[in-house]
Design a protein around this ligand. Sequence first.
Ligand SMILES: C[S@@+](CC[C@H](N)C(=O)[O-])C[C@H]1O[C@@H](n2cnc3c(N)ncnc32)[C@H](O)[C@@H]1O
Length: 605
Amino acid sequence: MTNVFRFLKQTSAEVSYINSLFVSAFIKLNGLTFCEKNYLSHYKDIDNKILESFLNTVSGGIDLERLVRLFEFVISPSDKIVNGAIYTPKDIRSTIIYHCLGNLNNEQLRHVRVCDIACGCGGFLMDVAEYIHIKTQKSFKDIFQENIYGIDIQNYAVERTKILLSLLALSYGEDEDFGFNLIQADTLDFCSNNWNQEFTSFDVIVGNPPYVCSRNVSQETKQKMLKYEVSQSGHPDLYIPFFQIAYEMLADEGKLGYITMNSFIRSVNGRSLRQYFSSNKIDVRIVDFRGYQIFKKKSTYTCLFFLDKGNYTEDIKYVSNDNGCLEQPFVFSLIPYALLDNRKGWSLNDNSEAQRIEIVGTPIGKYCSYRHGIATLSNKTYIFKPVFEDLNYYYLVNDGIEYPIEKQICRDIVNSNKLNSEINFDAIIEKIIYPYYRNQDGKLCVIGEERMLKEFPYAYKYLLSQQKTLNKRDKGHTRSYPTWYAYGRTQSLQMPRYKLFFPKFSNSSIRCVLLDAPELLLYNGIAFVNDSKEKLQIVQKVIESDIFWKYITKNGKPYSSGYYSLSGVDIKNFGVPNFTEEEKMHLFSLKTREEIDEWLIKFYE
Ligand SMILES: C[S@@+](CC[C@H](N)C(=O)[O-])C[C@H]1O[C@@H](n2cnc3c(N)ncnc32)[C@H](O)[C@@H]1O
């Protein structure tokens, strides 16, 4: 692919040029020809020399699958972010198509209407067309006209779908002037009055809705998303409304098959969607890939999602599939909607075990508060590892320049995300310039400029050198800050005396660090905090135990290489037993981890 990239960089990255190049290469390498009226004739005038040189670049031939990869490869990085253009691998497409069309007989297949409502270059549509053709012998011309529908917001995607479908037909010897049901449209406009009514009441919808996180979604799109009841909680990602749209676009007995992000199962922005499924008793099947990454090189965690609109049910069907294996039949467990908490998030993976743990005692998030760190919105400016220190100053280096900073204005700070079993806590302690003081009423205030100049002239001079950067925080809307060098947010500027630090990700039972450090601050990650040491000691014993780790592996969010997230939402419902005073004494008397594990487990049985 790097060769292709280099080649296009030297020639042109313009869409119709790339399409012509790919079509000509495909035609030549596969020994095909086509007539004037074929859609492909839009794309043929490529200079022979250039074509030859391109063919040398793409060694190993081009089949339709490689063409899909090439089409994905040439999408600009910004488009990938804004439109979530990632194309689905063949084995996933086949599995989804098999699950949605597999039980139709040939007569039903001849009449089925299938749509991909965010079709990209048409990988799903190509496979559906081929499936129908092989099963029924129906001509591609008729299949394209009667069975296949596609929508994409990008015109180039629609064009490429036409190319892919035309090449598919040509590979089977059909060389025609095809009519396609492919439109360039914003699928979010489905609820508007002027939606094209040809594009509704489908028997089957398949696809891979765009993964775009809320911060990359434009204001205009956000407004459109708000028209759907499933996008009413948190900051919804773009894929969320595509569930409701598909459900409403389906005919009464229709079926949906997606590969999609799995975050809606637990996330705050999935709340309304979970509510939508459960209050409509929708028959949903989820094959959860959990930490396994289907899309190589992308940190996207996904699941297969199926829905039968004709059925109403009291249960969700769920199976976890941690290795991406699609060969075996999926053996689903039934989990009653009534047992799932739409607000907190669905605990689907070994639901009964996670729930047994959650009903013990008090949820840990209520037993002891935890804090996220401070938010300066410019950590690079305020936080530093001194290159040197003397009696009165720490020395920091920023952009190659060394600045002395008065020790009196600095505090210790840690990034607890850096904590893991190999890293010693002292190694992650840094310094932060902390321009705050406590006034007579005990309130925390920013040190004024006059006092800064007088008492901390070096720190002030350094901050002045960074003023431009600081003024860019909050997209330049910093006028509401008490001074230009105040932190962007006031959260966690004061913390209780005791802190229990633990890592954000782990691949085995965790180790924490409990500190009596009233002045120590935190950025990134989270820490349990309290003015009672005893409370934190109990939390420490509990979260270092096997039972806690077991809960995380059942309930937490898995990442690759066996790692799990330990963020607030993943741990806050873990039940801490309501120990009696006697039991607390006993817990503190236990010395080894094995003893603690053995004793604790009884509370969860
Ligand atoms: C993840 S890709 C999936 C492409 C194809 N279905 C596949 O699975 O290979 C998502 C597609 O959604 C399209 N898209 C993004 N926002 C859209 C919108 N609001 N309406 C229609 N299509 C959209 C993108 O252009 C992109 O082609």
